[in-house]
Ligand binder design. Structure first.
Ligand code: PBG
Length: 322
């Protein structure tokens, strides 16, 4: 006889009981905070569609990293806004590039803060696509060379983890080979294994000034309608040597996070992307959602779906709230 013997409400009666039986924990150390690095000094420019997020010059970003370390945030991931862009994304794999300089500065002041780098070309190409354009489309194999050179230069500058986000075929193998040959066998690869061609990257493209100047990214990023295909993408990246895998975006793709968690044992990340952040903030600003609860519930849901850690623009809020 289930009722009245069984009363699930018994375990919800007090905060202490709820605490005891809570299945999913969220901690600041599970959260990685993205930073947008721009040229100059003393620059801190708010991104219109991402309130509370800024394009920062290296000196300002280094200060920000001291704060992140103090808050116990899990780390930062760096995106670069170079002073000049060209057809061949040369700013992306230049040892004097904006991200490479930022890594060195941050590692000098906060050596213990984990520094991840996004390995991609879209912020560095004049056309905003993630690789070399040949006959109107991104050429896969030429792009692999740029990505490998970027990852190696990030490692040389002191990056702790490199995270390719371009969705070219074979990039994990190419980057692993390049890192090993350059003397960086210990630098892990966090692969954006299942990255969807998503509308939710819109605000990021304003932040990173990386919107494609023609067409879209559907010939390389995944079709939002496909789930099984993401398992194949992950399997290939694992075979190629990925140390960790990522699903992106997060909230609209919780089913993919769960499938990946059930199927693979590698550490699993999810990226709560700019559009997810902006949607929540827009509702908060209208008085339609409670800020703190929306943050904690959205991130707890991503952890519950199976993500071990989360790239999120709310990382500092999590540290403040928990
Ligand atoms: C680079 C990259 C993008 C994001 C992370 N790395 C943009 C894109 O693919 O267009 C999006 C992150 C976000 O929206 O917060 N390719």
């Amino acid at each position: 006889m289930p009722f009245p013997v069984h009363r699930p409400r018994r375990l919800r009666a007090t905060p202490e009981l709820r605490n005891l039986v809570r299945e999913t924990q969220l901690a600041p150390g599970d959260c990685i905070f993205p930073l947008f690095i721009c040229p100059g000094e003393g620059v801190k420019r708010e991104i219109g569609s991402m309130p509370g997020n800024y394009q920062m010059s290296i000196d300002v970003a280094a200060k920000e990293c001291e704060q992140l370390l103090g808050l116990g945030v899990g780390g930062t991931i760096l995106f670069g806004i170079p002073s000049a862009k060209d057809e061949d994304a040369s700013g992306g794999y230049d040892d004097q590039g904006i991200v490479q300089q930022a890594i060195r500065a941050i590692k000098k002041t906060t050596p213990n803060l984990l520094v991840l780098t996004d390995v991609c070309n879209c912020e560095y190409t004049s056309h905003g696509h993630c690789g070399k354009i040949v006959d109107g489309d991104v050429d896969n194999d030429i792009t692999l060379d740029w990505l490998t050179r970027s990852a190696v230069s990030h490692a040389r500058a002191g990056a702790d983890i490199v995270a390719p986000s371009d969705m070219m075929d074979g990039r994990v193998a190419a980057i692993r080979r390049g890192l090993d040959a350059a003397g960086f066998p210990k630098v892990p690869i966090l692969s954006y294994a299942a990255k969807y061609a998503s509308v939710f990257y819109g605000p990021f493209r304003e932040a990173a000034e990386s919107a494609p100047q023609f067409g879209d990214r559907r010939s390389y990023q995944m079709d939002p309608a496909n789930a099984r295909e993401s398992m194949r993408e992950i399997a290939l990246d694992i075979e190629e040597g990925a140390d960790m895998i990522m699903i992106k975006p997060a909230m609209p793709y919780l089913d993919i996070i769960r499938m990946a968690r059930d199927r693979y044992d590698l550490p699993l990340a999810a990226y709560q992307v700019s559009g997810e952040f902006s949607m929540i903030m827009a509702a908060v600003r209208n008085g339609w959602l409670d800020h703190d609860r929306a943050i904690l519930e959205s991130l707890t849901s991503i952890r519950r779906a199976g993500a071990d850690f989360i790239l999120t623009y709310f990382a500092k809020d999590v540290a403040r709230l928990l």
